[in-house]
Ligand binder design. Structure first.
Ligand SMILES: Nc1ncnc2c1ncn2[C@@H]1O[C@H](COP(=O)(O)OP(=O)(O)OP(=O)(O)O)[C@@H](O)[C@H]1O
Length: 319
């Protein structure tokens, strides 16, 4: 059964633009332009695309905040715009840039309010809170007012708040944005556990490919309000022939590095950038470089989502 179902969903906005000194012209923006797809219970789907592609508009329609101009939409068996209150009990939402927590209250009080709003039975609330506190390491933070929390701590607090009422579906908008490496890892580990253990259906928008790589079995690319790719991340990399980059700091500047499986794409003094196919292991390349060149440092960079999508288009255009 599909947990999320869209059939030819459209949403347009009328915007007024300046046309001359006094005149204004009306223009239709087709933010979502005929989306048809289904997401099964327990799936974790990455929903990605360039700025202005229509991702937020989709999520707003799936939460019932925005009404579609046309088409059919179902989330956990509910029409979001018509039954917002019923839907609210079945979904959890986390926006990386905003918080649903009460700014001046300690975390504990925000959770207590959620318990009352959602009428969560006491035993279930306790069990869920204990689990979130343990997995997200919130123990020492429960009595801290939200405004005193760091971004990473607040994000962990928001994740717990979104899950206390056992939603069937979780929408995440940039859940790791601005977090340090350790916080990112903890958030991802928690989300993986929520998705695999509780079988919560997850729809995730992000600009960080590592989020997708570590969490999502399926990725959808949206552009100009339409789905332009729906499949595995491997398939997306293959479609774009995307590349990772090995950044090599040599002990001193020298000629371009020559190793099998990678090519130098940039040189700046002792630093050289080597590109290699995203789906191959960096290990043999690192070993070959380390074996033959005096090294000061090494790091591997993942391709940016924008680059992968741009390359996917380039390939389609070339044919
Ligand atoms: N309330 C609105 N009024 C007018 N136009 C809007 C409104 N909301 C969105 N749009 C337009 O709809 C298009 C899609 O916007 P949307 O916010 O869904 O994109 P997005 O993929 O979430 O982008 P980003 O990655 O920048 O958040 C854009 O052209 C945007 O300007």
């Amino acid at each position: 059964m599909s947990m999320i179902e869209l059939q030819d969903v459209r949403r347009s906005f009328t915007v007024r633009t300046r046309a001359g000194r006094l005149r204004r012209e009306k223009r239709e923006v087709h933010a979502v332009d005929g989306l048809t797809f289904g997401i099964d219970a327990g799936e974790c789907v990455g929903y990605i695309g360039p700025n202005g592609a229509g991702k937020s508009t989709t999520i707003k329609m799936l939460t019932g905040i925005l009404v579609p101009s046309s088409g059919r939409l179902r989330v956990a068996g509910v029409d979001p715009a018509r039954e917002r209150v019923r839907l609210a009990r079945r979904i959890g939402v986390v926006f990386g840039q905003r918080t649903t927590l009460w700014w001046d209250l300690p975390l504990r009080d925000s959770y207590e309010l959620a318990r009352r709003i959602y009428r969560i039975p006491e035993a279930r609330y306790r069990a869920n809170l204990d689990r979130c506190v343990e997995l997200l390491d919130l123990g020492g933070l429960l009595d801290t007012p939200v405004r005193q929390l760091s971004l990473g701590q607040r994000m962990r607090g928001d994740l717990a708040a979104a899950l206390l009422h056992d939603p069937q579906v979780l929408y995440l908008d940039e859940p790791t944005i601005g977090l340090d490496v350790v916080s990112k890892a903890r958030v991802r580990e928690f989300l993986r556990e929520v998705n695999t253990e509780r079988r919560t259906t997850v729809l995730l928008t992000t600009h960080d490919l590592v989020d997708i790589e570590q969490l999502c079995g399926r990725v959808m690319v949206i552009d100009h309000g339409r789905v332009v790719y729906d499949g595995s991340l491997d398939g997306l990399h293959a479609a774009g022939r995307s590349e990772r980059t090995l950044v090599v700091d040599l002990a001193e500047a020298g000629p371009a590095i020559e190793v099998a499986g990678a090519r130098v794409v940039r040189v700046e003094g002792p630093r050289q950038w080597l590109a290699f196919p995203a789906r191959t292991s960096a290990a043999p390349i690192v070993a070959a470089v380390a074996d033959r060149y005096p090294l000061a440092d090494l790091s591997v960079r993942e391709p940016a989502i924008e680059d992968v999508i741009a390359r996917m288009y380039a390939k389609v255009a070339i044919g």
